[in-house]
Ligand binder design. Structure first.
Ligand code: ADP
Ligand code: MG
Ligand code: MG
Length: 251
């Protein structure tokens, strides 16, 4: 599904190196968690997967189902099935959430050479998926993310993900700012999307999300490198002992 080989990346603007040789292979159906201290490069990695322009790849490659992901435009990546849920979802004033979702799904269908969904088919789909995530009609009518609470933003993201049915989902700190109830709803939404042909990268600073979304593999990212890889028990160990054992930092 996803193969990252010796990825080095720096910030285009000032040339500072953020990723320093990442190797990561995610097979179909697997959930990988990426944990690590603040500033270790987790969001940078997710932005690079999504195709954000602020970064320069200086070495290495990323293959998505055998294709060179770095040569694909962001919209081609989305059409191919890469979905990123951002740590800080953007607000889109003036565009109702419903309208945004319809545009997103039909853009993806168009890129795949499929016809746009009819309004009734879209409505049926969006209503079914919204119910699972406690997204109300009122929310769908409001501009995307504008005045949404933390929990509403994350639920709107997972709704978008559920509609687009991506092959690779990258969730960047989807747990940040969520209370326990919102965390449960979001996690259930994500778990519903688990499937043998869908992979996920779940980025989190805390272990608690991984109680709900149980990963197959856990990686620790520190200073732009994966410094430790283990099973789901690694997350529990990190919760107990912190990152110091792997990052060289003082406890
Ligand atoms: P994490 O998500 O693990 O907290 P980030 O990927 O957000 O880490 O950031 C890694 C480092 O790169 C930080 O020191 C951050 O300040 C810096 N950084 C990331 N993106 C940019 C950018 N576009 N411009 C300037 N600095 C950046
Ligand atoms: Mg951070
Ligand atoms: Mg981050």
């Amino acid at each position: 599904m996803l193969e990252i080989k010796n990825l080095h990346a720096r910030i285009a603007e000032d040339g500072s190196e953020i990723l320093r040789g990442i190797d990561l292979t995610v097979n179909p159906g697997e959930i990988h968690a990426i944990m690590g201290p603040n500033g270790s490069g987790k969001s940078t990695l997710s932005y690079i997967l999504a195709g954000k322009e602020d970064y320069e790849i200086t070495e290495g490659e990323i293959l998505f189902n055998g294709e060179n992901l770095l040569e694909m435009e962001p919209d081609e990546r989305a059409a191919a099935g890469v979905f990123l849920a951002f740590q800080y979802p953007i607000e889109i004033p003036g565009v109702a959430t419903m309208e945004f979702l319809k545009t997103a799904i039909n853009a993806q269908r168009k890129a795949r050479g499929e016809d746009a969904l009819s309004i009734p088919d879209f409505m049926k789909l969006v209503k079914a998926k919204s119910a699972d995530l406690n997204v109300t009609m009122d929310m769908l009518k409001r501009p995307l993310n504008v005045g949404f609470s933390g929990g509403e933003k994350k639920r709107a993201e997972i709704l978008q993900m559920a509609l687009l049915e991506p092959k690779l989902c990258v969730l960047d700190e989807t747990d940040s700012g969520l209370d326990i109830d919102a965390l449960r709803i979001v996690s259930e939404g994500v778990n519903k999307l688990r499937s043998p042909d869908r992979s996920m990268i779940v980025i989190t600073h805390y272990q608690r999300l991984l109680d709900h979304i149980v990963p197959d593999v856990v990686h620790v990212l520190s200073k732009g490198k994966i410094v430790k890889t283990g099973g789901k028990e690694l997350a529990l160990e990190l919760e107990k002992n912190g990152y110091a054992d792997y990052t060289g930092a003082a406890a």
